[in-house]
Design a protein. Sequence first.
Length: 581
Amino acid sequence: CPAGSRAVSTVHDSSHVPSSAAPEATLGRHVARRLVQIGVSDVFTVPGDFNLTLLDHLIAEPGLNNVGCCNELNAGYAADGYARARGVGACVVTFTVGGLSLLNAVAGAYSENLPVICIVGGPNTNDYGTNRILHHTIGLPDFSQELECFRTVTCYQAIVNNLEDAHEQIDIAISTALKESKPVYISISCNLPGIPHPTFSREPIPFALSPRLSNKLGLEAAVEAAAAFLNKAVKPVMIGGPKLRSAKAGPAFVELADASGYAVGVMPSAKGQVPEHHPHFVGTYWGAVGTPFCGEIVESADAYLFAGPIFNDYSSVGYSLLLKKEKAVIVQPDRVVVGNGPAFGCVLMKDFLSELAKKLKRNETAYENYKRIYVPEGVPVKSAPKEPLRVNVLFQHIQKMLNEKTAVIAETGDSWFNCQKLKLPQGCGYEFQMQYGSIGWSVGATLGYAQSVPDKRVIACIGDGSFQVTAQDVSTMIRCGQKTIIFLINNGGYTIEVEIHDGPYNVIKNWNYTGVVDAICNGEGNCWTSKVYCEEELIAAIETASGEKKDSLCFIEVIVHKDDTSKELLEWGSRVSSANS
Ligand code: TPP
């Protein structure tokens, strides 16, 4: 072994393996068992020579299923989708060429507070500390490039290149992901997975994740301040934000809604995390493009509680929300701010909401007020016979498909706005990636989400432009026997961009999308495709997908006019455009 290696240089030499190590007590098996233990039963992978031995150990583990993806970006998106339903996801790729392809998906998972365990097969322990140039790198004798890239999109990085502390490093990385609800990066030297070590002989001890606790006095003070603030209000409302999920505060939010009687809304990026069947639900608060009347209710309230919000240029509709800090209680996963007062730190959202539920006076006024002013939306549009299909007609039909056995995945684009208007029945899942908004996310995320909830039928709404980015992994959906229904909305371009700022770059090459999927299926697996131009054809396609083809992957290409957009996109696009200029 070359001199100067920081890693244990004797790992190949079996005489140095402590005799107490059972032959099967390998690092690879340890990783596999840890993944199973935290609830991962499917791992999304792309093989490469740096990770092959690790993959051998993962596939040998009962309870762990290898889902080979077409590329690393989709493997990462799949782990993201999986983590949304399962609470954690994992992917395995190869050094640098794989890692850098994965990076964008991991950044998205970071932005959505999802614990994704990213495992990369790394350089041989003998190569560390040498001046060697390795393949799959940019040709410099430096192995840190991938690590440096991952530093900004993960909350912890472990370089496992010796066996002495491998156990500890892997466990710290995994438990940090779970605790922080963020992705982590673990690089495992390619020559280590098959080597036993006594630390891996122990029966896997369940993670004793030291729970985060609220500071008791801080919690009491925050609850007292918020209760005094809200109990004075005549028309208070409460709005759920996207960090409800990572704060594990969904049930406490509902507890507070039930106890307080307040009108309840949801931020667009948190759709799916606040029950829309709640009797006081008033819709999505998204300023001028949210549910009719919801913006007015929230902005005219004399106090509002936001649980886990993220206000960015998109969720604030180009900074056009009319919110005032002095009227707000802002609850973040571990801090609370009441009006213009100072923050109460070390206060966990779920504790705060539960305790506040006990202290708030019940107030029906705001909800009653909402009921008084609310006028139901207009009569739904009807198509003339064989009239070219309109997007709002399409979504009327998608609405009818939803129940507790379905989940909607909405891709970035006009699907954001159309899906946002769907009314979710109890138990119906809903996911989209609003903070990062990376087009193509939905294909991988649909693969991962469907894999984690096999009992649900996933309904993915994907624009043609987004589909062109990641289409390949429909292949993996078919291979896994998934029964997702994909609505591919073919409007011939990047319509959301058209409404922000138009130019010839927003027109895309038209594909024969059903032809592409048929070619991907290639006679292997259950896949059914259909191209629809009018409502009659859409109805027939949905009937087939829900009946005869209920166990197949169903891909319905919906042809619509290039300028057929939601009115919300038009409004939002013009506001975001002014914020950009
Ligand atoms: N590249 C990435 C990876 N992510 C992005 N969000 C963008 C570029 C910019 N972008 C946002 S939406 C969009 C683009 C290019 C077009 C989406 O088009 P499509 O999927 O057809 O949806 P539509 O708006 O037409 O419904």
